[in-house]
Design a protein around this ligand. Sequence first.
Ligand code: ZN
Length: 90
Amino acid sequence: MDERAFYKESQTTKPAALNCPFCHTQDTYDLHWTVRTKIDRLPGHADERDRAKFKKSQSYMVLMDDKVACKNLRCRKRFDISGVKTMAFI
Ligand SMILES: [Zn+2]
């Protein structure tokens, strides 16, 4: 069984304070995350191995963005998101 079958997938945004490396302006950016919420129970056709894997799995989210566009209108450069965890258990 594909591990993806253990989760329900949804999208969310979360604010993060980021510093533009070009103009050094800090602002809050809404970053896009994919949320994988663990389903309550495995489907009937799951085998022993699936069950063991399922037991250890937990809900998590993955950061989708790797760049943002600076909000400072005089800058507007795109920069890499850094200092933000790209994966988090929930
Ligand atoms: Zn900037």
